[in-house]
Structure formats: structure tokens, C-alpha cells
Design a protein around this ligand. Structure first.
Ligand code: NAD
Length: 473
């Protein structure tokens, strides 16, 4: 390879969302010339001005620097990338199909096909999107077919290099990943990818070069494991919420066992985002297609446990408000129109402050966010929900415009009868219980992430109930 002056391969990144924009900027930071491609002209216009269209710490600085130097460029024209680059990374979305568990592969298929039709030279196509096992092998065949049909010049190989970055740490995870996994199907991919990841390899990053199927499965296996770990501790929450006990101490105690490990054992409102939920559903759908109906059945339970956490928050809100106010028998019907249980009537007109609606802190991503779902359920049940998220208000408002969004935690707390902490942003952990107490109408709080010092809040006169803890009225 090596078609730039310094002999390094030129890179393109197709799809410049959370994954692709980060990958493109980080590759430029490592010294490569990079061309980002997206079908969304508004996104490309912003990126070309050096603006990141979403919140990701550290990314704006990298993008500005490398757009200014000209090392990083953006276009909506895939043919330009096809003519120019040696390596094409595919980072387009693979969302859940509407009304189905399976992944929607239309974007990945379209991106690979458009490249295959336009490349007129030697090149490597490297999938990074999360896909069902078998997709890379199928696309590899499709690329060969298209190129043979059209008699195009050059050798084009396809590889899969799943991405493990975490939103909120995306830059760090791309520059210094825990490991690199590449699935290859021919002789050219590994040496070329070793050139691309030379900096990471020099830093002794574990390098796992394998076949296409294993590479695809590593990604979904990792996400299935992480989701299971979260639902595992949340299933124990259902027990401690019933019999009493301290879920944090339980997690600490089992976490000391190095075979188990403490991370991802935080009881709370559950996992969400654009990856874990849809990835465990797509995996179940894929194994069923393969005739392995029972194999991933436990993931249906993992999903159910996760979704039940949202019911628990609403039930707990009802219990706490009922204990404080008594139930109001002749309240009007809830907004949804349907009759909920009489106990939910207590939510009618209650002022509830929701702190955090993104699926995790340090991101503006509200895709499949448990926090936003809970806020919307409370609103639908008749509560006056006031939301504040440091970065997520705009994305949340685009989905649920009828909730009230405010610009600070203080504004959300003003006169609230119940406070819900649902995303563990540092600024919420740092709230002063005394000061917060002076703003609210009642010192009642549900800690949906178990991050507050319950004793300190209790001293300031608050009733704080963490998820996974029993509430005794
Ligand atoms: P995203 O929705 O933020 O970005 C996808 C982008 O692809 C969009 O900008 C869209 O306009 C663009 N696109 C769609 N079709 C295109 C085409 N034919 N050509 C060019 N661009 C096209 O999604 P994301 O969160 O970046 O996720 C992308 C993939 O990466 C998914 O498979 C996801 O599972 C995987 N992934 C995401 C993360 C994460 O934290 N976000 C981490 C690991 C893996």
C-alpha cells in the first residue's frame, strides 16, 4: 500500500455518526489523510466546518485541528472516496428493524455496494459496524460479484474490524483500545490493517487476527456479556427490593472475586443506547435464523429484566408519593386515556424533576434511553415532568416534545415534589443536598443509578431510595 507522499495508506470512513466521525478524527490525529463520507449533507456541512454534530469529550479539538490542517476532509460523494482511498472503513448504522428484533442491514449493504461499484483500483473495505454473523462473508461475495460483472480494475478485499468504543470515552478508546480484532478473508487485509494500526501495535495493544465470522461474533458476544452482567445484578435488585438488603454491598462483595469483577455490576435503571439493546435482540434473531432457537434464549430474559427496571422506577415513584400525599381517589384520567391502576392516580399533576435523560453520562445520545422512557411514562401517567440533562435536552425534545425541558438542575428542582436521578452525570453526583433541598417542595428522591451518598442526603432531611433498595413507607 501507500499512496500518499509519506507512504501511508489513505483512509476513508463511510458513515460519520458517533463511530465514524470519531474514527475519522482519530485516524487523522495518528497522521493519516482521511476522507469522511456520509449521505446526510447537513452532517457533512457541519463536520467540514470543524463542528462535531453530537457531544463527545475531546472530539471537537481533534476535529478542528485536523480539518484546519486539511488532513481530514468530508464529502457526500462516495465515488470521490472510492477513487482516492486505499482503505475504506464502514461505520454506517445497523439499527433494529421497526417492529422486529433483527438488525436492519440496508445501510451497510448500500454503503458496501456503492463502494464496490465505484472503486477502480486496489483497495480494502473494512466493516466496523456491528452486524449479524455471516454478513461479512455475504458482502465479500457481493463485492466480488459486482466487480466481476462490471469488469472493474483493481483487487478489492473485504475485512471486518468491529468497534468497541464507548460513547463518552470514544477518542481514548479509539486511540488506545483494549484490543484490536480483525477478521480477514484474503492475503492483503492483515498487513494493510497493521499499517493503519501501527501506533496501537507499537503500544502493545493485543492484536487478534481471525476469520470474518469470529470477528463479527466477538463484538456481539462482548455486548451480550455486558448486558447480561447488568441484568444479573438488576435481577438481584428485585430480590433486595422485596426482602431488604444492600445491593451495592452485594455487588462490591461479589466483585472482589477477580473471576467476576466489580465493573458493570451497578444496579440501576438499566442499559440502553444505540448498541446493547439492539445488539442482543439482533443476536437472538440471527441465531433463530440459523435454527438455534434455544441458544440465546437467556438474552430474552436479560432484555425483560432490563425493561422491568423502568416499571420499578414508576412503581417506586407511586409508592413514595402515595406515602407522602395519600392517594387521590377522584383525580382526572391520565393523559394516555387508558385507565391505569388506581394507585397511579397519585401521579396526576405531581411536579417531578428528572435529572438526566441520556442513556449514559458524557453523551447526548438518547437512543433507547431508560431515563427518557421513564420520564415519558411518568408524563403519560399524568405527572408534570420537568427534565434537565447537561447535553441531552435537544435530542430528548426531538423525541418527546411534550415534556418540559429546562436549562439547569436548579431549574428542574424548583418546587419539585419528587426528584429522579436517572443518568449519573458528575454534576448530579456533586449536588449539595442542603441547597437542593431549599429548592424543592418535598425532599423525596429516587436514585436510579445508586450514586448518591444516601446518609449525607438523609442528614439533610431527604428520603432517598436507590434502585435495588426496599422502600418502607
Ligand atoms: P449513527 O447513526 O450515529 O451514524 C451512522 C451514520 O451513517 C449516519 O450519519 C448516517 O447518515 C450514515 N449513513 C447511513 N447510510 C449511509 C451510506 N450508505 N453511506 C454513507 N453514510 C451513511 O450510528 P453509530 O452510533 O455511529 O453506529 C454505527 C455503527 O457502529 C452501528 O453498527 C453500531 O452498532 C456500531 N457501534 C457504535 C458504537 C457507539 O458507541 N455509537 C460503538 C461500537 C459500535
Amino acid at each position: 500500500a501507500g499512496s500518499t507522499g509519506d507512504g501511508r495508506p489513505r483512509l476513508s470512513v463511510i458513515g460519520t455518526g458517533y463511530l465514524g466521525a470519531t474514527h475519522a478524527a482519530c485516524m487523522a490525529e495518528l497522521g493519516f489523510e482521511v476522507l469522511g463520507v456520509d449521505v446526510d449533507p447537513a452532517k457533512i456541512a457541519r463536520l467540514s466546518r470543524g463542528e462535531v454534530p453530537f457531544h463527545e469529550p475531546g472530539l471537537p479539538e481533534l476535529l478542528r485541528t485536523h480539518v484546519a490542517s486539511g488532513r481530514l476532509r468530508f464529502t457526500t460523494d462516495v465515488a470521490e472516496a472510492a477513487r482516492w482511498a486505499d482503505v475504506h472503513f464502514i461505520g454506517v448504522g445497523t439499527p433494529q428493524k421497526v417492529g422486529e428484533a433483527a438488525a436492519d442491514l440496508t445501510y451497510v449493504d448500500a454503503a458496501v455496494e456503492s463502494l464496490a461499484r465505484a472503486i477502480d483500483r486496489d483497495a480494502l473495505i473494512v466493516g466496523k459496524s456491528t452486524v449479524p454473523v455471516g454478513t461479512a462473508r455475504r458482502l465479500s461475495g457481493r463485492v466480488a460479484e459486482i466487480r466481476a460483472e462490471q469488469g472493474l480494475p483493481g483487487q478489492v478485499e473485504l475485512a471486518w474490524n468491529p468497534e468497541f468504543l464507548r460513547e463518552g470515552f470514544a477518542v481514548q478508546d479509539t486511540l488506545t483500545p483494549d484490543r484490536l480484532v480483525v477478521g480477514v478473508a484474503g492475503p492483503r487485509a492483515e498487513p494493510l490493517l497493521r499499517e493503519v494500526y501501527a501506533a496501537q501495535l507499537a503500544a502493545d495493544t493485543p492484536w487478534i487476527c481471525t476469520d470474518l465470522e469470529t470477528a463479527e461474533l466477538v463484538k456481539v458476544a462482548a455486548n451480550a456479556f455486558l448486558a447480561t452482567k447488568i441484568s444479573f445484578i438488576n435481577a438481584f435488585s428485585e430480590i433486595t427490593e422485596t426482602v431488604g438488603g444492600d445491593i451495592r454491598t452485594l455487588a462490591d462483595a461479589i466483585g472482589h472475586d477477580t473471576r467476576i469483577g466489580r465493573r458493570f455490576l451497578n444496579a440501576g435503571v438499566g442499559f440502553g443506547g444505540g448498541c446493547l439493546p439492539k445488539d442482543i435482540r439482533a443476536l437472538q434473531a440471527r441465531v433463530s435464523e440459523l435454527g438455534l432457537d434455544r441458544t440465546m434464549r437467556f438474552l430474552a430474559e436479560v432484555d425483560d429484566i432490563n425493561l422491568r427496571r423502568r416499571d420499578r422506577v414508576v412503581d417506586l415513584a407511586v409508592q413514595m408519593l402515595s406515602a407522602a400525599h395519600g392517594t387521590e381517589a377522584d383525580a382526572p384520567a391520565p393523559r394516555g386515556g387508558k385507565t391505569t391502576g388506581p394507585d397511579r392516580q397519585v401521579l396526576q399533576g405531581k411536579r417531578i424533576a428528572v435529572l438526566g435523560v441520556t442513556f449514559k453520562p458524557d453523551s447526548d445520545d438518547v437512543r433507547d434511553s431508560p431515563a427518557l422512557d421513564v420520564a415519558n411514562r411518568l408524563f403519560t401517567a399524568g405527572a408534570d415532568v420537568r427534565v434537565y440533562d447537561p447535553e441531552g435536552n435537544a435530542n430528548a425534545a426531538a423525541r418527546f416534545p411534550r415534556l418540559e425541558y429546562v436549562g439547569s438542575a436548579d431549574a428542574a428542582l424548583e418546587d419539585a415534589e419528587l426528584v429522579l436521578l436517572l443518568t449519573e452525570w458528575a454534576e448530579f453526583r456533586a449536588l449539595d443536598p442542603e441547597e437542593a433541598g431549599r429548592r424543592v417542595a418535598a425532599r423525596l428522591l429516587i436514585d436510579g443509578r445508586n450514586v448518591l451518598d444516601v446518609a449525607a442526603w438523609g442528614e439533610a432531611g431527604w428520603t432517598v431510595v436507590g434502585l435495588g433498595h426496599r422502600f418502607d413507607a
